[in-house]
Design a binder for this molecule. Structure first.
Ligand SMILES: [Zn+2]
Length: 61
């Protein structure tokens, strides 16, 4: 995915030019430079939550 055609709402210039902090933030996010959570980690966190809920339920009963 590219941000070449996006126009910044702050500086009214193409985001790809990175003229203001807002542009640079969007550009970094779209190009995957910023921190992102891999889907596998999200799935693992969900499973851990489910497991924890099951354990809690078992302890409460
Ligand atoms: Zn901008």
């Amino acid at each position: 995915m590219s941000c070449d055609h996006l126009i910044c709402a702050h500086c009214s210039h193409p985001v790809s030019e990175g003229r203001c902090p807002s542009c640079r933030a969007v550009r970094a996010r779209m190009h995957g430079d910023g921190p992102s959570i891999p889907p596998v980690l999200v799935l693992a966190a969900l499973l851990a939550l489910l497991f924890g809920a099951l354990l809690l339920q078992r302890c409460a009963a």
